[in-house]
Design a protein around this ligand. Structure first.
Ligand SMILES: Cc1cc2nc3c(=O)[nH]c(=O)nc-3n(C[C@H](O)[C@H](O)[C@H](O)COP(=O)(O)OP(=O)(O)OC[C@H]3O[C@@H](n4cnc5c(N)ncnc54)[C@H](O)[C@@H]3O)c2cc1C
Length: 293
């Protein structure tokens, strides 16, 4: 038997051969409580469903990078996204979940209720029950400044070194993940870059406009001055978390662990093997401060 949320598991965990699939995709309701700043999210929602509902209230939670990813698998797998530097992992923002257990019981798990089970579903994978709904903490998020800066793939090592140092010193309102990717053939990417293999950082800033301007200006400066990368950088400005979620995101082919240290040998191995999109985060910030539960 397999449980399916958004069906985005690369390993195919949302399906099985000769078995039963419990497909939750018809359960995609979201109820936002703007007073408590929470969202009750049904087990088959995608992150696009959640962003769509919470954005109307100027709120958001830590979701995945891509709007079509399922809430169920991402949450039970841990989960990180554009707001992770500021607001922690996705599971740091999970307040409770409704579960149907293997013996048919229905339970609500949270810190005070079934704490072991609550601990297990926050990163332990999808084998602890079927989550019919999740309750998430929301945060004030109105418009974000966001978009990718791209470089030629052979500059990965230099870009990674700069990225590691720059982001560590930057305020937590700025998130960025490094990616090596085949540039999707569509907006917001300029046409002459479509389908080219490149590396880059996808930024998302949630904070004062002036701070965003200063930070993105620093990104532009670095993009111009990075010796091996000059001239190849592009920064695209966008608004709202929904604008950040590239629907044409691709991922395929195996890859070794992606380094944050940017050592040349490992980076070139990534370059050789990258066919889709690979990413890494050097941006623990709020995430690393969250109390261990
Ligand atoms: C293009 C792409 C982008 C991604 N981006 C991110 C990202 O930004 N951040 C990140 O952290 N991860 C990301 N991931 C990884 C993603 O979180 C996992 O693939 C996750 O399993 C997808 O969840 P799903 O519900 O869509 O998967 P499914 O294939 O539906 O399910 C995967 C697993 O989750 C379990 N599951 C799903 N829903 C429930 C439920 N309601 N109750 C109990 N178990 C459930 C299933 O049993 C199964 O074991 C990405 C993956 C892809 C393919």
């Amino acid at each position: 038997m397999a449980v399916r949320g958004g069906a985005y598991s690369g390993a195919g965990l949302g399906g099985c051969d000769d078995g039963l699939v419990i497909d939750l995709s018809a359960m995609h309701g979201v109820r936002v409580d703007p007073t408590m700043r929470t969202a009750r999210v049904e087990g088959g929602c995608t992150w696009g469903d959640v962003d769509h509902a919470s954005h109307a209230f100027g709120l958001a939670t830590v979701s995945g990078i891509i709007s079509t990813t399922g809430v169920g698998g991402l949450t039970t797998g841990g989960g990180h996204g554009h707001l992770t530097r500021q607001c922690g992992l996705n599971i740091d923002n999970l307040l409770e979940a409704d579960l149907v257990l293997a013996d048919g019981r229905f339970v609500t798990v949270s810190d005070p209720q079934y704490p072991d089970l609550f601990w297990a579903i926050r990163g332990g994978g999808g084998n602890f029950g079927v989550a019919t709904s999740f309750l998430f903490q929301l945060h004030p998020v109105r418009l974000v400044n966001a978009g990718p800066t791209l470089w030629e793939l052979e500059h990965s090592a230099a870009v990674l070194r700069w990225y590691r140092d720059f982001l560590t010193a930057a305020p937590e309102s700025l998130n960025g993940f490094f990616a090596s990717l085949s540039v999707p053939p569509g907006s917001p990417f300029p046409e002459h870059l479509h389908n080219r293999m490149m590396c880059g950082v996808v930024w998302c800033h949630n904070g004062p406009e002036q701070e965003a301007r200063e930070l993105l200006a620093a990104v532009h400066d670095a993009a111009e001055t990075l010796p091996e990368a000059s001239g190849s950088a592009r920064t695209i400005r966008d608004g709202g978390l929904k604008g950040v979620n590239f629907r044409r995101y691709l991922q395929k082919g195996p890859v070794d662990d992606l380094p944050v240290t940017g050592t040349t040998g490992r980076v070139s191995s990534v370059q050789r093997r990258t066919q889709g999109t690979r990413r890494t985060n050097a941006n623990h910030a709020a995430w690393s401060r969250m109390p261990e539960k």
